[in-house]
Design a protein around this ligand. Structure first.
Ligand code: ZN
Length: 181
């Protein structure tokens, strides 16, 4: 999903134009021709967890677009005034209603084409009972063999899960940094 271009000035509401700002900036920006406000667009951060229960992981069946009905790790856009780990924990609570303890950082995935960075932490479930919010149709535990690999909502999630199960079988978890192109 490419982000749509900015149409109107956040300051005065006038239609913006995409051009080089006057300050020597080398990238075209949405500039307001009336009040000269320059609107900078920067990547969005998606934060989530890999919640584990024995040899199983928790996946959520999406109840919202995009990828309605597909399975994902609990994750979502980071909010202002929270740390990455706080955001990942918040999403896990909101989407799965899970009880858990946060674990170590696990993966950083660049998706430069859509201007996003996805960050996942491991988490240890304290219960196998879930109370998913409205964004989730169903929250369920899967072993590696049970994971619906063809029904995973996002490549960042599928690639993170593959690395998680590979580390798990080695008995040692690393930190994974990779790009999706
Ligand atoms: Zn303006």
């Amino acid at each position: 999903m490419q982000r749509p271009p900015i149409k109107h000035c956040k300051n005065c509401g006038h239609a913006v134009v995409y051009r080089l700002p006057d300050d020597g900036d080398t990238k075209e920006r949405a500039v307001c021709p009336v009040c000269n406000t320059v609107h900078y667009e920067n990547p969005l951060t998606v934060v989530g967890t890999i919640p584990a229960w024995g040899d199983k992981v928790l996946l959520c069946k999406r109840n919202i677009e995009p990828r309605f009905g597909k399975w994902t790790l609990p994750a979502g856009f980071m909010e202002l005034n929270e740390t990455v780990a706080e955001g990942a924990a918040r999403e896990t609570t909101e989407e799965a209603g899970a009880q858990f303890e946060m674990g170590e950082f696990f993966s950083l995935v660049n998706i430069a084409r859509v201007g996003q960075v996805h960050l996942f932490y491991r988490a240890q479930l304290l219960s196998d009972q879930f109370d998913p919010g409205f964004e989730t149709q169903e929250a369920r535990l899967f072993t590696e063999d049970e994971v619906p690999w063809d029904e995973i909502a996002f490549r960042t999630v599928g690639e993170t899960l593959k690395r998680y199960f590979a580390d798990r079988s080695k008995g040692q978890f690393g930190i994974h940094v990779f790009d999706i192109t």
